[in-house]
Design a protein around this ligand. Structure first.
Ligand code: MG
Ligand code: MG
Length: 274
């Protein structure tokens, strides 16, 4: 079913379970990549690990061929915010890499990203990555059936503002997801609560804050993909796909459905039984 007025796709229970299958492929792939990240490895090698794992799981890498993108992951290092193309770049001690990954199972999508330190990384970058991930979880915790979409946006922004002076990237936002990777509605990482579409069962959203150590201003490199900060300072990016059930948020790309992180925030995970 599609709400025609806004083009928002509402998934059935079975479709959400299919999205969970895709989400688990993405989650497991990202954990493999987290373990593989070390000084000396190339982003192309990480991409090969991702593609092998996605395909051997019976899934399809959704990024590969997406508007001509050549990788199965986006690999964005340091001042690269998002959409870095995997290739010959060799990771160095002290880098911060964000890895974004998507997979399709039986036509249903999962999309998630992690920011991973390469070897020993400065406290400034670790803090940036930590606040970025925490702000995403605050977003899930703020999502309630009957609430509004920007309740998520406001919770992400509030956590960033309360804990840092980081930039919040405004040019790129989270999104609806389901039978396509990118669907309405947009999910901004900033704004006032209580606005936008109502949060209902069957809605699935990718929440993905992008934070910068300096200003959020950015531009795209000549490769037409890689988005970098104008000031050359580092960025972090974290993403999960989630849905809402009567029990609470269910983070479809998190291996435990988000149970542990949500519990830290006093929220029950809304995982459905298979
Ligand atoms: Mg993504
Ligand atoms: Mg996304």
């Amino acid at each position: 079913m599609i709400f025609k007025d806004r083009g928002i796709e509402i998934k059935t229970r079975e479709q959400i379970l299919a999205m969970r299958a895709a989400g688990l492929v993405v989650g497991r792939t990202l954990e493999l990549l987290r373990d593989a990240v070390k000084p000396g490895i190339t982003t192309g090698e990480l991409d090969a690990i991702a593609e092998d794992n996605i395909r051997s799981s019976g899934a399809t890498p959704s990024f590969k061929g997406y508007h001509g993108f050549t990788g199965s992951i986006c690999a964005s290092v340091n001042d690269e915010i998002v959409h870095g193309i995997p290739g010959e770049r060799v990771l160095a001690e002290g880098d911060l890499i964000s890895i974004d990954c998507g997979a399709i199972v039986n036509g249903w999508h999962g999309d998630a990203a992690i920011s991973v330190p390469v070897g020993t990384v400065g406290d400034d970058l670790l803090e940036l990555a930590r606040i970025c991930e925490e702000s995403m979880w605050r977003g899930f915790a703020a999502a309630k059936l009957g609430g509004r979409l920007t309740d998520i946006s406001a919770a992400v922004e509030a956590h960033v503002r309360a804990n840092s002076s980081y930039g919040i990237v405004e040019d790129f936002v989270g999104h609806g997801i389901g039978s396509a990777m990118h669907q309405p509605p947009n999910v901004p990482n900033f704004g006032k609560p209580g606005r936008g579409p109502k949060l209902v069962e069957g809605l699935a959203l990718a929440v993905e804050p992008m934070l910068t150590l300096g200003k959020q201003d950015n531009h795209t490199l000549d490769d037409d993909w890689t988005v970098v900060t104008d000031d050359g300072l580092a960025a972090a990016h974290t993403e999960h796909t989630f849905t809402l059930t009567p029990q609470g948020p269910w983070v479809l790309t998190s291996l435990d459905g988000g149970a542990a992180k949500l519990a830290e925030l006093g929220i029950t995970c809304g995982a459905l039984a298979d």
